[in-house]
Design a protein around this ligand. Structure first.
Ligand code: PHE
Length: 454
């Protein structure tokens, strides 16, 4: 018996929820620090190319596949793979696994940002006299297992609560409420940051490329990040797409999500680098950039407590709307595959994620010595998911939609709800070409380059 699948209230609800998924720690925590580590503007250009040539086409394919199948990843592959069903279902299972890994470490950073909201409220954040003090404070907090596990728990529970209420009443409602607040805070911080960057160093770092900093490894990082920041390659957007109305325009929705995500990453970069350079700090600080440099920057500003409160609220909102999207993918997969209720599934999955996150959470303190290939558990989860599993997932989606499904079926699904004309058909064909040839070839090339084969 077919149960009726929940759907978004309307197209805007979908765009906000999907943009909420895309815009996350990736944009505000990760993008600035990897840009800082990889030389600034030249890296940004490569990242934008990856978004345009690979991320956008695969994102549209993923949403399309979800809407077409009206199911989560495993069932989608089971129902529509004509041959090699088992292999395709394993691909669906890989998406599921990737979701767990990402959530395990993502919630840890999200927990830090929530913890920093409270640190800001209690006046601990804006009183540092040097960046060393701010870094020390950060170090003290993240090496305290109680602090880190408490906030990890609070964050997992908050995400679980939203997903517990379902697609329309939980996820869509939260996205509608939080995304506009998010945007307003960000605009405010950008304007403030630019006013600090009196000699334009921050702007130059972001917009004047220095190509000598680029290597194949940089390209891999840019590619991995393109997938990560768009939430593409693990079935999250497939799941969100499966709640989409048959008559909503996927090309438009997909492009909106990508534009919003990219815009917000650049705005976050602007806000952060103008402040960091304006106050004379180092941009290549690594994962701690927003936690141990920004508080020092805030300390030097008038009204710093307010800015730190705003900033970490922004970060927490972004993280929450992303967390819930991954959680929803996991929950909806289990809803498809088992007979348990949403409520039970949410509770069990959240508990598992909390447990899985513990090694990542402790990587900054008591477990910092437990290493594999010289990486902590946290680093391994981050590297494996963002640089390997997501691009691999993206490759699988591109291959499935462009090579396994019939082109006419795919284009029919793409054109649903849009009045067909020549311009549209041309756009559809360009998209299909990018999906069928350009994206897979580029992904494989980047993979080969890291294995050292080319
Ligand atoms: N896109 C999110 C971010 O930028 C992270 C994410 C990855 C969410 C994969 C869902 C799926 O923070």
């Amino acid at each position: 018996m077919e149960e009726t699948r929940e759907h978004w209230g309307n197209k805007l609800g979908f765009i906000l929820a999907a943009a909420g998924s895309a815009v996350g720690l990736g944009n505000i925590w990760k993008f600035p620090y990897i840009t800082g580590e990889n030389g600034g503007a030249a890296f940004i250009i490569i990242y934008l190319l990856c978004i345009l040539l690979i991320g956008l086409p695969v994102l549209i394919a993923e949403i399309l596949l979800g809407r077409y199948a009206q199911k989560g990843p495993i069932s989608t592959f089971r129902n529509y793979a004509k041959r090699h069903k088992k292999i395709w279902m394993a691909a669906g299972a890989l998406f599921f696994l990737t979701g767990f890994i990402i959530l395990g470490y993502y919630n840890v950073i999200a927990g830090w940002s929530m913890g920093y909201v409270f640190e800001s409220l209690s006046g601990h954040i804006a009183g540092f006299s040097s960046s060393g003090d701010a870094a020390l404070h950060f170090q003290k907090l993240v090496s305290n297992p109680l602090w880190i596990l408490f906030w990890h728990f609070v964050f997992v529970a908050t995400g679980g609560l939203v997903v517990y209420f379902g697609v329309k009443n939980g996820i869509e409602r939260i996205a509608r409420l939080l995304m506009p607040i998010f945007f307003l805070i960000l605009i405010f911080l950008v304007i403030w940051g630019i006013s600090l960057d009196s000699n334009g160093k921050g702007l130059a770092f972001l917009f004047k490329p220095d190509w000598s900093t680029i290597s194949f490894k940089t390209v891999l990082i840019a590619l991995g990040h393109a997938f990560f920041t768009l939430s593409v390659g693990m079935g999250v957007l497939l799941t969100y797409g499966s709640y989409l109305d048959k008559n909503d325009n996927i090309l438009f929705c997909g492009s909106m999500i990508v534009v919003l995500d990219t815009l917000i990453a650049l705005m976050a970069g602007l806000a952060i680098f103008t402040s960091v350079f304006g106050m004379g700090f180092n941009p290549a600080e690594g994962p701690g950039l927003v936690f141990n440099v920004l508080p020092a920057v805030f300390s030097m500003m008038p009204g710093g407590s307010l800015f730190s409160l705003l900033f970490f609220t922004l970060l927490s909102i972004a993280a929450l709307t992303s967390t819930i999207s991954i959680l929803e993918m996991l929950v909806s997969t289990l809803l498809d595959e088992t007979r348990f209720s949403r409520h039970h599934i949410v509770i069990v999955v959240s508990a598992l994620i909390f447990i899985l996150g513990i090694p990542a959470a402790l990587s900054f303190g008591s477990w910092s010595n437990i290493r594999l290939f010289d990486r902590t558990m946290f680093d391994i989860m981050d590297y494996l998911s963002a640089n390997i599993l997501l691009p691999l997932g993206g490759l699988l989606i591109a291959v499935f939609v462009a090579w396994v499904m019939k082109k006419s079926t795919v284009l029919n699904e793409l054109y649903r709800g849009i009045s067909e004309n020549r311009g549209l058909c041309r756009t559809g064909n360009v998209w299909f070409f990018l999906l069928k040839f350009v994206a897979p070839v580029l992904i494989v090339l980047v993979f080969l380059s890291i294995t050292g084969i080319i």
